[in-house]
Design a binder for this molecule. Structure first.
Ligand SMILES: [Zn+2]
Length: 392
């Protein structure tokens, strides 16, 4: 009985050729290159002109796709182990001239040989982002897009921490971080970018260290400052998406006005004790922050979380939803939360959604072209009590 490819006792004894020899055979059409990897691996990268039969299907499919037993075959896989088995199997099935390519397609790529479907990702990146590459909506092209993207996080606190961690893990290539504060012991209950030994350290420095350790693909741009009307336009310039993790109405208005002027989408969230809310402001595509809140409420109606408290996981959840919206915008997939205010109640474990509309009289975005605001006769949808309170 011929050796089966799944038999762990099989000692592969096939001949090997170098990648250079395999490449020469391919170019001269003297041999057929046979890819024996799994379909998901082949989708990431393949050698042009190669035939694909996964190792586990050789017995069933070889007769169909390899009708000429005399034709020379060079089998290859990722690193050259499975292809040894494939060569043994095919030889046992009667194929006269089968060899295995030593080092596999990983060696082939390291040497810069002709490969398709890589979109500029390195072998290490293909491994790091392999679960993204398997999703049709992301794939190598989407991952390359994420790596080329720039997201600005305003605030490295309760919302910015989880958002930054997951955007960094996802391979968003540039993360700008705006924060003027230092790490305080009372931050660590929710601001998971920072650690106990960094109390007293600037948050932007702490964030850069954490992100650098998580993913060296990510470049962190530290903006150690308080975002204000005098610097907002300069700070946000060049970013694709802004994540609003601020905790004051004043900073939100400043950020909103600069983002509308620059045409940059803002993913907004705020939290209050057990409640959170989330929406996406796309200039011209829906309401802006001033459409939602034409004026700041008096301070007694809008205490921040240092005054009223917040359950630590609530900004964690809302910050991750912000990261999710940002990635959707960057990849241009799904339906962004534009014109929709998502409300989360941690105690009930419930999400609700309110429609929000552009204010035709909005002093900031009324003149911005985009989706007509016809029918938006009211300035904003009725707001629940929780939406009056910011905090991060
Ligand atoms: Zn507006």
């Amino acid at each position: 009985m011929p050796a089966t490819p799944t038999d762990p006792q099989t000692a592969p004894s096939a001949r090997e050729v170098t990648t250079a020899a395999a490449d020469a055979l391919r170019r001269s059409a003297a041999a057929l290159l046979l890819d024996v990897r799994e379909p998901s691996e082949r989708e990431v990268v393949h050698i042009p002109g190669s035939l694909h039969i996964p190792l586990g299907q050789l017995h069933q499919l070889a007769g169909l796709f390899l009708p000429d037993p005399a034709r020379p075959i060079v089998a290859f896989c990722a690193v050259g182990v499975r292809s040894l088995r494939a060569a043994s199997t095919l030889t046992a099935m009667g194929y006269a001239d089968v060899v295995s390519m030593a080092g596999g397609i990983e060696a082939w790529q390291r040497e810069g040989r002709d490969a398709s479907g890589t979109d500029g990702l390195t072998p290490v990146q293909r491994q790091r982002y392999s679960r993204h590459l398997l999703i049709p909506e992301v794939g190598p092209g989407g991952q390359a897009r994420l790596l080329a993207s720039r997201v600005l996080l305003v605030g490295a606190g309760g919302l910015g921490s989880p958002a930054a961690l997951y955007l960094a893990a996802a391979g968003v290539g540039t993360l700008g971080i705006v924060d003027f504060d230092v790490v305080d012991l009372s931050n660590l209950q929710r601001q998971v970018l920072h650690t106990t030994d960094r109390v007293g350290e600037p948050k932007v420095a702490s964030a850069a260290r954490t992100i650098g350790a998580l993913n060296p693909d990510v470049r962190v741009v530290a903006h150690e400052l308080l975002l204000g009307a005098d610097n907002a336009a300069e700070v946000i310039a060049g970013y694709d998406v802004v994540i609003d993790g601020t905790d004051s109405f004043e900073t939100r208005y400043t950020l909103n006005d600069a983002a509308v002027a620059a045409g940059i989408p803002v993913v907004h969230a705020s939290v209050y004790r057990f409640e959170g809310q989330l929406t996406v402001f796309v200039p011209g595509g829906g309401p802006c922050y001033r459409c939602l809140y034409p004026s700041a409420p008096p301070p007694e109606l809008a205490p921040n979380c240092s005054a009223v408290g917040v359950l630590g996981v609530v900004p964690g959840i809302m910050g991750l939803l912000q990261a999710n919206e940002a990635i959707k915008l960057l990849l241009r997939v799904g339906t962004p939360l534009v014109g929709r205010l998502l409300l989360f109640d941690a105690l009930d474990g419930e999400f609700r959604e309110l429609e929000i509309r552009r204010d035709p009289a909005c002093p900031v975005c009324a003149g911005v072209p985009g989706t007509p605001s016809a029918g938006a006769s009211t300035a904003a949808a009725p707001l629940p009590a929780s939406t009056r309170a910011p905090g991060a």
